[in-house]
Design a protein around this ligand. Structure first.
Ligand code: TYD
Length: 202
Protein backbone atom coordinates (compact mmCIF):
# COMPACT_ATOMS: atom_id res chain seq x y z
CA UNK A 1 0.00 0.00 0.00
CA UNK A 2 1.27 3.46 -0.77
CA UNK A 3 1.99 5.77 2.15
CA UNK A 4 -0.70 8.01 3.60
CA UNK A 5 -0.42 11.53 2.24
CA UNK A 6 -0.47 14.85 4.05
CA UNK A 7 -2.17 17.51 1.91
CA UNK A 8 -2.69 21.18 2.81
CA UNK A 9 -5.00 23.83 1.36
CA UNK A 10 -3.87 27.46 1.36
CA UNK A 11 -4.88 30.84 0.00
CA UNK A 12 -6.06 34.30 1.01
CA UNK A 13 -9.47 34.65 2.64
CA UNK A 14 -12.15 34.65 -0.06
CA UNK A 15 -10.24 32.40 -2.50
CA UNK A 16 -12.88 29.65 -2.15
CA UNK A 17 -10.45 27.22 -0.54
CA UNK A 18 -12.94 25.70 1.92
CA UNK A 19 -15.59 24.88 -0.73
CA UNK A 20 -12.99 23.26 -2.95
CA UNK A 21 -11.53 21.37 0.00
CA UNK A 22 -14.88 19.72 0.68
CA UNK A 23 -15.25 18.65 -2.94
CA UNK A 24 -11.65 17.40 -3.12
CA UNK A 25 -12.04 15.37 0.09
CA UNK A 26 -15.31 13.81 -1.11
CA UNK A 27 -13.73 12.91 -4.43
CA UNK A 28 -10.84 11.15 -2.70
CA UNK A 29 -13.24 9.33 -0.36
CA UNK A 30 -15.28 8.11 -3.33
CA UNK A 31 -12.09 6.57 -4.63
CA UNK A 32 -11.67 4.63 -1.41
CA UNK A 33 -9.14 6.81 0.39
CA UNK A 34 -9.31 6.73 4.20
CA UNK A 35 -9.15 10.42 4.95
CA UNK A 36 -9.27 12.89 7.82
CA UNK A 37 -10.07 16.57 7.30
CA UNK A 38 -8.81 19.06 9.85
CA UNK A 39 -7.95 22.76 10.08
CA UNK A 40 -5.59 25.38 11.46
CA UNK A 41 -5.54 27.20 13.67
CA UNK A 42 -7.49 24.49 15.48
CA UNK A 43 -7.92 20.78 14.94
CA UNK A 44 -7.62 19.86 18.64
CA UNK A 45 -9.64 21.03 21.68
CA UNK A 46 -6.76 23.28 22.79
CA UNK A 47 -6.12 24.41 19.22
CA UNK A 48 -9.76 25.43 18.81
CA UNK A 49 -9.51 27.54 21.98
CA UNK A 50 -6.37 29.18 20.62
CA UNK A 51 -8.23 29.78 17.35
CA UNK A 52 -10.93 31.72 19.19
CA UNK A 53 -8.28 33.89 20.83
CA UNK A 54 -6.35 34.39 17.59
CA UNK A 55 -9.37 35.30 15.49
CA UNK A 56 -10.87 37.78 17.95
CA UNK A 57 -8.17 39.36 20.13
CA UNK A 58 -5.64 42.00 19.12
CA UNK A 59 -2.04 41.04 19.90
CA UNK A 60 1.57 41.61 18.90
CA UNK A 61 2.43 40.05 15.54
CA UNK A 62 5.04 37.77 17.11
CA UNK A 63 2.57 36.63 19.80
CA UNK A 64 0.27 35.73 16.91
CA UNK A 65 3.02 33.72 15.21
CA UNK A 66 3.92 31.93 18.45
CA UNK A 67 0.30 31.00 19.17
CA UNK A 68 -0.18 29.71 15.60
CA UNK A 69 2.83 27.44 16.04
CA UNK A 70 1.76 26.44 19.56
CA UNK A 71 -1.61 25.29 18.19
CA UNK A 72 0.25 23.54 15.36
CA UNK A 73 2.55 21.68 17.75
CA UNK A 74 -0.51 20.21 19.47
CA UNK A 75 -2.23 19.49 16.15
CA UNK A 76 0.75 17.53 14.83
CA UNK A 77 1.10 15.55 18.05
CA UNK A 78 -2.58 14.76 18.61
CA UNK A 79 -3.99 14.50 15.11
CA UNK A 80 -1.71 14.68 12.08
CA UNK A 81 1.09 12.29 13.00
CA UNK A 82 -1.13 9.57 14.56
CA UNK A 83 -3.38 9.59 11.47
CA UNK A 84 -0.49 9.32 9.02
CA UNK A 85 1.07 6.55 11.10
CA UNK A 86 -2.11 4.45 10.95
CA UNK A 87 -2.35 4.97 7.18
CA UNK A 88 -5.05 7.66 7.15
CA UNK A 89 -4.54 10.55 4.74
CA UNK A 90 -4.74 14.03 6.25
CA UNK A 91 -6.08 17.16 4.56
CA UNK A 92 -5.53 20.30 6.58
CA UNK A 93 -7.29 23.56 5.83
CA UNK A 94 -4.10 25.67 6.27
CA UNK A 95 -0.73 24.80 7.82
CA UNK A 96 2.64 26.57 8.23
CA UNK A 97 2.58 28.23 4.81
CA UNK A 98 -0.26 30.35 6.25
CA UNK A 99 2.06 31.55 9.02
CA UNK A 100 4.68 32.55 6.42
CA UNK A 101 1.98 34.32 4.39
CA UNK A 102 -0.08 36.03 7.12
CA UNK A 103 2.36 36.59 9.99
CA UNK A 104 5.41 36.88 7.70
CA UNK A 105 4.05 38.64 4.62
CA UNK A 106 1.01 40.33 6.13
CA UNK A 107 2.30 41.34 9.56
CA UNK A 108 6.02 41.56 8.80
CA UNK A 109 7.33 38.97 11.28
CA UNK A 110 10.94 38.17 10.27
CA UNK A 111 11.21 35.19 7.95
CA UNK A 112 14.16 33.86 9.93
CA UNK A 113 12.08 33.71 13.12
CA UNK A 114 9.31 31.82 11.35
CA UNK A 115 11.86 29.42 9.90
CA UNK A 116 13.16 28.79 13.42
CA UNK A 117 9.64 28.01 14.62
CA UNK A 118 9.07 25.72 11.66
CA UNK A 119 12.32 23.89 12.45
CA UNK A 120 11.34 23.62 16.07
CA UNK A 121 7.79 22.43 15.55
CA UNK A 122 8.03 20.22 12.46
CA UNK A 123 11.58 19.85 11.16
CA UNK A 124 10.78 16.32 9.99
CA UNK A 125 7.29 16.86 8.61
CA UNK A 126 6.18 18.77 5.51
CA UNK A 127 3.03 18.36 3.45
CA UNK A 128 3.36 15.98 0.50
CA UNK A 129 1.22 18.38 -1.48
CA UNK A 130 0.05 21.96 -0.93
CA UNK A 131 -2.76 23.39 -3.03
CA UNK A 132 -2.47 27.16 -3.16
CA UNK A 133 -5.69 28.88 -4.28
CA UNK A 134 -4.36 32.05 -5.84
CA UNK A 135 -6.72 34.87 -6.75
CA UNK A 136 -6.50 38.62 -7.45
CA UNK A 137 -7.20 40.41 -4.18
CA UNK A 138 -10.07 42.55 -5.53
CA UNK A 139 -12.00 39.39 -6.43
CA UNK A 140 -11.32 37.76 -3.05
CA UNK A 141 -12.48 40.94 -1.30
CA UNK A 142 -15.71 41.00 -3.32
CA UNK A 143 -16.44 37.41 -2.35
CA UNK A 144 -15.81 38.18 1.32
CA UNK A 145 -18.11 41.19 1.28
CA UNK A 146 -21.11 38.80 1.30
CA UNK A 147 -20.09 37.51 4.75
CA UNK A 148 -21.99 39.05 7.62
CA UNK A 149 -19.38 38.68 10.36
CA UNK A 150 -15.71 38.98 9.56
CA UNK A 151 -12.92 37.85 11.90
CA UNK A 152 -9.81 39.87 12.79
CA UNK A 153 -7.92 38.70 9.68
CA UNK A 154 -10.82 39.09 7.26
CA UNK A 155 -11.26 42.69 8.46
CA UNK A 156 -7.77 43.64 7.23
CA UNK A 157 -7.37 46.00 4.27
CA UNK A 158 -6.50 45.13 0.68
CA UNK A 159 -2.80 45.99 1.09
CA UNK A 160 -2.50 43.40 3.86
CA UNK A 161 -3.95 40.71 1.58
CA UNK A 162 -1.73 41.78 -1.29
CA UNK A 163 1.29 41.12 0.95
CA UNK A 164 -0.19 37.81 2.07
CA UNK A 165 -0.75 36.78 -1.54
CA UNK A 166 2.79 37.68 -2.57
CA UNK A 167 4.25 35.80 0.40
CA UNK A 168 2.24 32.72 -0.56
CA UNK A 169 3.51 32.94 -4.14
CA UNK A 170 7.10 33.37 -2.94
CA UNK A 171 6.69 30.33 -0.73
CA UNK A 172 5.25 28.32 -3.65
CA UNK A 173 8.33 29.17 -5.72
CA UNK A 174 10.73 28.29 -2.96
CA UNK A 175 9.05 24.92 -2.35
CA UNK A 176 7.85 24.30 -5.88
CA UNK A 177 8.07 20.50 -5.70
CA UNK A 178 5.20 20.22 -3.20
CA UNK A 179 3.07 23.18 -4.38
CA UNK A 180 0.29 23.21 -6.97
CA UNK A 181 -1.00 26.73 -7.67
CA UNK A 182 -4.70 26.81 -8.61
CA UNK A 183 -6.14 29.85 -10.37
CA UNK A 184 -9.09 30.34 -8.06
CA UNK A 185 -10.77 33.17 -9.99
CA UNK A 186 -11.84 30.61 -12.62
CA UNK A 187 -15.30 29.03 -12.58
CA UNK A 188 -16.04 26.25 -10.15
CA UNK A 189 -16.10 23.70 -13.00
CA UNK A 190 -12.70 24.80 -14.24
CA UNK A 191 -11.20 24.64 -10.75
CA UNK A 192 -12.73 21.19 -10.21
CA UNK A 193 -11.24 19.99 -13.50
CA UNK A 194 -7.79 21.02 -12.24
CA UNK A 195 -8.44 19.33 -8.91
CA UNK A 196 -9.54 16.15 -10.64
CA UNK A 197 -6.24 16.00 -12.52
CA UNK A 198 -4.46 16.33 -9.19
CA UNK A 199 -6.60 13.58 -7.61
CA UNK A 200 -5.76 11.26 -10.52
CA UNK A 201 -2.05 11.99 -10.14
CA UNK A 202 -2.26 10.98 -6.48
P1 TYD B 1 -9.63 30.30 7.63
O1 TYD B 1 -9.20 29.02 7.03
O2 TYD B 1 -9.76 31.45 6.70
O3 TYD B 1 -10.99 30.09 8.41
P2 TYD B 1 -12.47 30.42 7.84
O4 TYD B 1 -12.51 29.89 6.43
O5 TYD B 1 -13.34 29.68 8.79
O6 TYD B 1 -12.61 31.91 7.93
O7 TYD B 1 -8.54 30.62 8.80
C1 TYD B 1 -8.70 31.62 9.76
C2 TYD B 1 -7.66 32.70 9.66
O8 TYD B 1 -6.43 32.36 10.30
C3 TYD B 1 -7.30 33.14 8.26
O9 TYD B 1 -7.68 34.49 8.09
C4 TYD B 1 -5.80 33.06 8.20
C5 TYD B 1 -5.36 32.96 9.61
N1 TYD B 1 -4.12 32.19 9.83
C6 TYD B 1 -2.93 32.85 10.05
O10 TYD B 1 -2.89 34.09 10.05
N2 TYD B 1 -1.78 32.14 10.27
C7 TYD B 1 -1.76 30.77 10.30
O11 TYD B 1 -0.70 30.15 10.52
C8 TYD B 1 -3.01 30.09 10.06
C9 TYD B 1 -3.05 28.61 10.10
C10 TYD B 1 -4.17 30.84 9.83
Amino acid sequence: MSQAKFITFEGVDGAGKSTHLEWFANTLRQRGVDLLVTREPGGTPLGERLREILLHNAMHAETEALLMFAARREHIEQVIRPALQRGTWVISDRFSDASFAYQGGGRGVALQKLEQLEQWVHADLQPDLTLLFDIPIEIARQRLSNNVSLDRFEQEQGVFFEKVRQAYLARSQKHSSRFAVIHAEKTRDEVQASLLRIVSSL
